[in-house]
Write a protein that binds this ligand. Structure first.
Ligand code: DC
Length: 218
């Protein structure tokens, strides 16, 4: 039987890095559900974000998600194609957050995520994995850090790739996305009551991973 470990938290908290490591540790796949929302945003574009529900549901029905591999080598495909860096911009992230407020999108992706969770053991990372999508998961974690810490980490990461960004601007974008993700009516960003909450502000990636691995191995 498949098992699911959930990992939720706000934008830029380092969920993907940790999810990959935990998946590697457990020898299972990881599911980047933010990437699913980003693929929807990139595929349907800004023009469809406010179309009526039935029209949106029809457009979504043409998207089929699949997983292959495990650990850091897991890949998520949509209609057989693995998305690249084009879905990783803040513009696509914000549009993904806009699409994420639409009931038709949440319902469609929740079903797709649950189907993948039935087929594979997973580390599922996102905003509502522990609260809405996999409420019965035996292990739930919620990562948190202040917007300033997250913005600084992102700016440093971008700088390593030769991209210079303004910390104040990135902090603003992170706050804006937090605001929308935490306050939407449907499946808002929130720690499940039974999740282990980890404030990563003063922890290294290795320390966060250790905390999770210890809880899993207990
Ligand atoms: O984790 P991310 O930045 O790639 O996610 C992009 C957006 O997708 C995020 O701002 C809100 C939405 N999202 C969501 O609503 N629920 C999830 N489980 C994952 C992402």
């Amino acid at each position: 039987m498949s098992r699911v470990i959930t990992l939720d938290g706000p934008a830029g908290v380092g969920k993907s890095t940790i999810a990959k490591r935990v998946a590697e540790h457990c020898g299972i796949a990881y599911l980047d559900t933010g990437a699913m929302f980003r693929i929807v945003a990139k595929t349907l574009g800004p023009k469809n974000v406010a179309v009526p529900d039935e029209e949106l549901a029809r457009a979504l029905a043409s998207l089929s998600f699949s997983l292959s591999g495990s650990g850091g080598g897991t890949s998520l495909a949509c209609n057989g194609e693995v998305a690249g860096q084009e879905i990783r911009t803040e513009e696509v992230g914000k549009l993904a957050s806009d699409y994420a407020t639409r009931p038709a999108v949440r319902a469609y992706l929740k079903k797709a995520q649950q189907d993948l969770g039935k087929a594979y053991s997973l580390v599922a990372e996102g905003r509502d994995m522990g609260t809405a999508v996999f409420p019965d998961a035996p292990y739930k974690f919620f990562l948190d850090a202040s917007p300033e810490v997250r913005a600084l980490r992102r700016v440093r990461q971008l700088a390593e790739n030769g991209v210079i960004e303004d910390v104040a601007k990135v902090t603003r974008q992170i706050r804006e996305r937090d605001e929308q993700d935490r306050n939407r009516a449907l499946a808002p960003l929130k720690a499940a009551d039974d999740a282990i909450v980890i404030d990563t502000s003063n922890l290294t990636v290795a320390q966060v991973f250790q905390t999770i691995a210890q809880a899993l191995d207990e």
